[in-house]
Ligand binder design. Sequence first.
Ligand SMILES: [Zn+2]
Length: 366
Amino acid sequence: MKTIAYQYRFYPNKEQVILLAQTFGCVRFAYNSALAFSKEQYELGNKTNYNDWSKNLTLLKKNPDYAWLKDVSSVPLQQALKHLDKGFKSFFKSGFGYPKFKNKHARQSAHYMSNAFKWDAGTKSLTLAKMKQPLKIKWSRSFTGTPSSLSISRNKAGHYFVSILVKEEVESLPFTSKTIGVDVGVSNLAVCSDGKIFNNPRITKKYAKKLAKAQRQLAKKKKGSNNFKKKKRVIAKVHQKIANARKDFTHKMTKTLINENQVISVESLRVKNMVKNRKLAKHIHDANFGEILRQLEYKAAWYGRKVSAISQWFPSSKLCSCCGTMYEGKWSLAIRNWSCACGASHDRDQNAAINIHKEGLIDMLA
Ligand SMILES: [Zn+2]
């Protein structure tokens, strides 16, 4: 059984918009007050956790000044505290990502466990706690399992989404003897050892003009005015379009790679090192390396495929894929084509993909 997240857009009615706004507000309040409390206590030398915050919340609800907390389902509030707890745990483990206060202008979200919503598979209706009517969801794809939890979100552009976690059986794909190496590069999104190229659609470029125009207009508006807010929403919508297009493209690419190949060799990521290089940072952001690897890995696990992530230090670009000789001379990112003393001439990315392919298979056998 695999846990799969299905995301859908939905269109709340007036009543639901109000209740959701209240819910997001209460979630933010519960989270932020717990964070403030734990900071305060930490400075006094006390460590607090979920249990303390949860007790505080129960006390607050009894206080008539905070009675509005009872207007919304208690589940998302408890879940917000659980997320804070998780956030602190991961911060103490890694030293990164100290929990931040939730901002009312950012994306809003609320998490519901199965006791806080009703799901009717027959009529495909999903009703949240405290709501009279089911959500009007655009069912863009179907699922067969039973939802175990879900999260509701509203993005900066004012669109609503529900992400439903479902436990489902996924059937493995039939075995294929084809294997492939993929070079996730800068100039193209991905070049494969068999010659296939997944072109980076340069999504940002496509929307850059629109974005620049909206930003110029925003600069002329008075901060906080209605027109200012309007332009802000336009900008958020463009950002959303870019994100959607990128996500869609990446999903299609990883699905194709998984469908066609038994083993997919890729370089492991060195995002941390590369992001230090400013020039490359934007491209990396575009190419979305981490997301590609993440998708390949989970889809491989679902469909019975293998991902072989080779060492980030393997010199995939400057090794001749014909004779195994290393490129002599100074190597740079500007070199797109090169010839080896053995007579082979290489396209940088294609050569890298072939080397990654071989190395990935060797790694798997080792
Ligand atoms: Zn050679």
